[in-house]
Design a binder for this molecule. Structure first.
Ligand SMILES: [Zn+2]
Ligand SMILES: [Zn+2]
Length: 341
């Protein structure tokens, strides 16, 4: 079968590889949709500490079961799976920090086991067991967004929202636009700040209450101006750059929360004035990955049409066009590229 194999930075080749087969608890899918994301792009540009040469990339997927050695799934089921599953036994799992389970790394789809940018994928038994669902009504390329949406839901779960907050999202990429939609279902007033007019237009279609076209250096000022000079109750950093991490503190009001969601390059250090956190009582909240509960919710929200992916998945390509997919993402021509193998 054909698969997109990682060989090194800027070297991902579509080549013939052996078809996967099932062992106990595993499920093999014919891939219906495999979406590309910022993590794929970063892996392509600068590698990833977990990926080895020869691994098939891709971790946001939906497919149809062609072979199952797991009693939960049978041939013909249309399913959406996560890219990982926590062990439920280690110290962090016992403390409820499932997203940080170190065991996740052993079967991380598209990094330490072969991924979904391929005609077929073998879903590891722990994922099939705890983090995969059948779906009915959604298009495969939309339900395949359940994985990044699960991370968004996990981030929001840390905010203890009451529903009367003003939330400013910095960044209107696929992730920022998912945050926007989930926050609207929870009753928040949502401000979206971004440089690109086109992306703000999409944010407007998806229910943003206020759009701010910002340059990098006036983001804080614009958000303050839009919030009676106070700063937003909650600021979500959905860019993943040192500068925006630092600016998000200044965009939050005193006593507000800052969700630092965007992943920066390894070795990035950020700095801010201690006063912002001490006298200003701003709470800094980190968020990474997702847990089974948030993945389940993500699948439900897409299936029930509460979070729409039509405007987010804006390009569809064939597997052998994957280099073009990386180019479109790199040049910000696409929000999210879906591969139909
Ligand atoms: Zn991803
Ligand atoms: Zn664990």
């Amino acid at each position: 079968m054909k698969a997109a194999v990682f060989h090194g930075t800027r070297d991902v080749r579509v080549e013939d590889v052996n078809k996967p087969y099932t062992r106990k608890g595993e499920v093999v899918l014919e891939v219906l949709a495999s979406n590309m994301c910022g993590t794929d792009l970063k892996t392509y540009q600068r590698g990833h500490p977990l990926i080895k040469e020869g691994t098939v990339m891709g971790h946001e997927y939906a497919g149809i079961v062609v072979d199952s050695m797991n009693p939960k799934f049978k041939k013909g089921d249309r399913v959406v799976g996560s890219n990982s599953a926590p062990c439920m036994k280690c110290y962090l799992c016992r403390k409820g920090s499932y997203s940080l389970c170190p065991e996740i790394k052993k079967t991380l789809v598209g990094f330490t086991v072969n991924g979904s940018h391929a005609e077929m994928i073998c879903v590891p038994s722990n994922i099939a067991e705890r983090n995969m669902y059948t779906f009915r009504s959604s298009k495969p390329e939309h339900i395949a967004c359940a994985e990044p949406l699960a991370s968004v839901i996990h981030g929001i779960s840390k905010l203890d929202l009451k529903g009367d907050e003003t939330v400013a999202i910095i960044g209107a990429g696929a992730i920022g636009l998912m945050f926007l939609q989930v926050l609207k279902t929870l009753g928040a007033r949502v401000i979206v700040a971004n440089r690109s007019e086109g992306r703000l237009e999409i944010a407007s279609k998806l229910g943003a209450d206020l759009l701010l076209k910002v340059q990098e250096d006036n983001t804080e000022k614009e958000i303050r101006n839009a919030t009676e000079g106070m700063g937003a109750d909650i600021v979500i950093e959905a860019v993943g750059k040192k500068e925006t991490w630092e600016r998000s503190l200044g965009a939050a009001r005193e006593g507000g929360k800052v969700l630092l969601f965007g992943g920066c390059a390894r070795g990035t250090f950020v700095s801010f004035e201690a006063e912002m956190v001490h006298y200003g009582e701003r709470q800094l909240i980190g968020s990474f990955h997702h847990e089974p509960e948030s993945f389940k919710k993500a699948v439900e929200l897409i299936e029930r049409g509460k979070v729409k992916m039509e405007n987010i998945v804006d390009r569809k390509i064939r597997l052998d066009e994957i280099s073009e997919g990386f180019r479109m993402m790199e040049e910000r021509e696409a929000l999210k590229v879906s591969i139909n193998p």
